[in-house]
Design a protein around this ligand. Structure first.
Ligand code: AMP
Length: 415
């Protein structure tokens, strides 16, 4: 069943969305891309004459209640986006009464699913690798099923529309689907759009294909980096990763973020790029700062020759030029992760140079796919959202889909 074949009149529909939106220190949403992304599905249910139960996670509360990560903070924003009043259930696993009382046309938002460890299904407070952990994991699997069953009991149909977490087999993203028959579970419109966008890129790669990977660490992205080495013509590695590579090549990186235990991994990426004929573009210079602060003193220096006490927080002018050069003329572009600490206005230059080059290449006919909360925030911050081809709401999910993996959230529905 697809959502457009369904009619939700008279039904209560539980929808897993990804409302893991960035908040500022006052709990104000700084980028509402993910809320806007879920609207077509949510509106379809209401327009059909159904009732909505919306569920999501926010941040990483690790199975504990954390008021700073309460979805109650975004209730009014969801209500404004939907153009309908939204009720709030302050305990997602004890919302039976609120769900039962819900009338058609009404909306109920559940509290952060990850306040319960059952959502992710990871045992808490037990050390990994111990026999106790294995036991705890078995028990957790059972309680995860119970948790999913409780969520399922609130509704007649289930829609999975949280692309951002579709690469996780969690209670609300996959396990819950076991409690609905094939006619009462389906992917939402956002999921369908995202999966199609990835399929379009993978089935029809126009060359040159350039991937830009930034962000803080090599370790979290090494899987996709290795995978991309077999697919792309140009691979730009930027952001905090720059310094692990610079150190691996024998440089001094001062206080820059650097994964000492990944130096060999960095060297092997360089080697593999050579073997595969991939043009690997690494940052050669940086904007170094004397503190992790927007107002820190700065100097431009080589990424592998940063003075003690200083740290590279953005790509330098020479690197920006090299990035733009590699992006220019590309016909397929994938961008995930910023080139610097873009949250500080004084360190946005590298990411901005990439954004501008991607927009320019798109105007020349490239298909550009932007994914990951931070790169999407960059594109929005620089006013480039309508100058790129497709903005994905997924980070990890997008990368796993690009790797060719079947996402558990998709498999749970499609089998
Ligand atoms: P990730 O979650 O791995 O995609 O990383 C995103 C984060 O990387 C953003 O919050 C950036 O501020 C951060 N980042 C980018 N470049 C640097 C850098 N040179 N030093 C420290 N953090 C960085």
């Amino acid at each position: 069943m697809t959502i457009n074949e369904a009619n939700f009149k008279g039904q209560k529909v539980i929808v897993r969305v990804d409302f893991n939106v960035p908040l500022d220190e006052n709990g104000k949403i700084t980028d509402d891309t993910r809320i806007r992304g879920a609207l077509p599905t949510l509106k379809k249910v209401l327009d059909d004459g159904g009732a909505l139960i919306i569920m999501s996670h926010m941040g990483k509360p690790k199975g504990k209640v954390n008021p700073k990560l309460s979805l109650g903070q975004i209730k009014d924003a969801v209500s404004a986006a939907l153009g309908a009043p939204v009720k709030f259930a302050p305990d997602c696993a004890k919302a039976q009464d609120a769900a039962a009382a819900l009338q058609m046309g009404e909306v109920l938002l559940l509290e952060n699913l990850r306040f319960y460890p059952e959502e992710e299904g990871k045992p808490v407070g037990v050390e990994k690798g111990t026999p106790e952990y294995d036991e705890a994991k078995k028990a957790m699997k059972e309680s995860q099923k119970e948790f999913a069953k409780t969520l399922a009991s609130y509704a007649d149909s289930y829609i999975m529309d949280a692309f951002g977490t579709a690469h996780r087999r969690h209670a609300s993203t996959a396990v819950i689907a076991d409690y609905f028959d094939a006619d009462h579970k389906m992917l939402g419109l956002l999921m369908e759009k995202e999966v199609t966008a990835v399929d379009n890129v993978l089935s029809n790669i126009k060359r040159p294909f350039t991937a830009i990977m930034g962000g803080s660490k090599v370790s979290t992205k090494i899987g996709i980096i290795e995978n991309l080495l077999g697919k792309v013509d140009n691979l730009i590695l930027c952001g905090g990763m720059t310094y692990t590579f610079a150190k691996a090549k024998g440089g001094n990186v001062g206080n820059s973020i650097c994964e000492e235990d990944k130096l060999d991994v960095a060297l092997s990426v360089i080697e593999k790029a050579k073997e595969n004929g991939v043009n690997l573009v690494l940052g050669t210079d940086c904007i170094a700062a004397d503190a992790f602060d927007n107002n820190a003193n700065t100097q431009v220096c080589p990424a592998g020759n940063i003075p003690e006490g200083w740290e590279g927080l953005d790509a330098g002018p020479e690197s920006r030029k090299a990035f733009a050069e590699a992006i220019k003329g590309s016909k397929t572009i994938l961008w995930n992760g910023p080139a610097g600490v873009f949250e500080f206005d004084n360190f946005t230059g590298g990411s901005r140079a990439i954004g501008d080059a991607v927009a320019e290449a798109t105007a020349e006919g490239a298909f550009s796919l932007i994914g990951g909360g931070d790169s999407v925030a960059c594109v929005n911050k620089f006013g480039l959202a309508d100058k790129v081809s497709y903005i994905s709401t997924g980070g990890g999910a997008l990368l796993e889909a690009i790797e060719g993996k079947v996402l558990p959230g998709v498999a749970a529905i499609r089998g």
